[in-house]
Ligand binder design. Sequence first.
Ligand SMILES: Cc1cc2nc3c(=O)[nH]c(=O)nc-3n(C[C@H](O)[C@H](O)[C@H](O)COP(=O)(O)OP(=O)(O)OC[C@H]3O[C@@H](n4cnc5c(N)ncnc54)[C@H](O)[C@@H]3O)c2cc1C
Ligand SMILES: NC(=O)c1ccc[n+]([C@@H]2O[C@H](COP(=O)([O-])OP(=O)(O)OC[C@H]3O[C@@H](n4cnc5c(N)ncnc54)[C@H](O)[C@@H]3O)[C@@H](O)[C@H]2O)c1
Length: 450
Amino acid sequence: METTDFDVLVIGTGEGGTTAAQKCAKAGKRVAIVDVLPFGGTCALRGCDPKKVLIGAAETVARSRHMLGHGLDTAATVAWADLMRFKNSFTGKVPAGREASLQKAGIATYHGLARFTGPHAVRVGDQELRAKQFIIAAGARPRPLGIPGEELLVDSTAFLELAELPADLTLIGGGYIAFEFAHLVARCGVAARILHRGARPLEHFDADLVAHLVTASREAGIEVVLGTAVTGIEQEPGGRLRLRAESGGHAADYSAAMAVHAAGREPNLAALDLDRAGVAYGPAGVTVNEFLQSTSHPDVYAAGDAAASGLPLTPVAAKAAFVAASNLLKGNYTPVSYGAVPTTVFSHPPLAAVGLTEAEATRQGLKFTAKSELTTDWFTARRLREPVSAYKVLVEEGSGQVLGAHLLGPNADEVINLFAVAMHAKLPARELQKLVFAYPTSASDIVYML
Ligand SMILES: Cc1cc2nc3c(=O)[nH]c(=O)nc-3n(C[C@H](O)[C@H](O)[C@H](O)COP(=O)(O)OP(=O)(O)OC[C@H]3O[C@@H](n4cnc5c(N)ncnc54)[C@H](O)[C@@H]3O)c2cc1C
Ligand SMILES: NC(=O)c1ccc[n+]([C@@H]2O[C@H](COP(=O)([O-])OP(=O)(O)OC[C@H]3O[C@@H](n4cnc5c(N)ncnc54)[C@H](O)[C@@H]3O)[C@@H](O)[C@H]2O)c1
């Protein structure tokens, strides 16, 4: 077996691993990086980017449907095979491009499953890679549901590669993936259903805005079923799936041509043999301190979805990886701080949030005013005939700081970033209100939300 020594070995080539490896190489370290899948990670190959390309077409369909009879006489339709080709024109180039840029930075690249064999050794195929320090950026995978027949579910990766869409599709779960995929396929002429076990979906978003999104989803033809946990899946003789579920103590039954796992993800640590290296971990990922250093192995750092730190989102992974690499290189001097992280559910209309929800601010005992309105009759929504649009903004009494902003409606995914800037800069709401925004834009509505 060939043994190779490095200063730093990075596991994972997603946003986390790539950011960390590049930073370590720039500092003059001998760096290696390994991935079992094509280089590029979830966001670029199996998540955010391909999804957003598909959703771009679905948005056009949704907008054209809303404008029918109001200046448009036909609605756009999706040509799935063409759309997939377009999507593949983005993803197809990623693996070779990512590997080339890593190699250009002097980083040694390895393909295969990495498995720790000791505190400073990892095995990849028939090679042993030894390193003084490690950065684990192994990402996440769909959480096993532990129900019979779960192997019949399609996961988000397989969904984003579908050559053809089914006539109807059921999403199991009620989070980001369920709403994004349901809104996408509904605009492709597929009968979409969301089966969510909780009383309300998208639990971490503002309850009032989520209720409006559920209304908008139903108006778009999506069946949203709440309080219903799927307990088993069977294949029927004709090829359809039978989803056995439990709802309020009663058995319920659903038939689906295809069912997608949208019920959460978990850190992808099982194959790493972390016990062999003495790296502590829990259900949220590798256990790290504020410097993103393993609490049990000082030469190991972790970042992104694989670390028990921050939300499992791409910009969070990139920030964490930068901080982890800085601390690895210079000694622990930068505690990680994510600040107010904006996030969007790319449904139509999109739902976006930054900062605290009203429920969280109340739980924390903060004194604040919450301003909230349905804005369906505001110019921004009306000119697009968007059926549901709303906002809620929380402003702290005394300091006048924005504690949280929640937007549902046209361009919410972009406007939310302005609230994030204001929160980061600690700009009081009255100062934000004084800014002059280009008109008529969705951003110019901000002054009426404060
Ligand atoms: C469908 C979907 C849509 C999403 N949309 C968004 C979005 O719109 N916005 C957003 O901010 N976030 C989104 N996310 C989340 C985002 O993709 C992740 O938070 C982000 O990609 C995490 O980056 P990472 O570097 O931590 O891990 P990853 O990008 O997952 O990279 C980890 C890599 O490690 C490799 N690996 C794991 N274990 C091993 C091993 N033992 N040996 C070798 N290699 C290994 C994996 O193959 C993988 O390539 C989405 C996720 C999904 C699934
Ligand atoms: N736009 C984005 O930023 C974006 C998009 C997609 C995914 N992501 C990331 O990927 C992660 C995973 O996405 P996700 O949508 O799978 O997870 P999620 O955590 O957003 O939602 C999963 C939902 O499924 C429900 N659920 C779990 N088990 C269930 C069961 N057996 N039956 C019915 N419902 C069940 C949960 O209560 C939860 O509401 C997200 O947490 C997010 O960080 C982000």
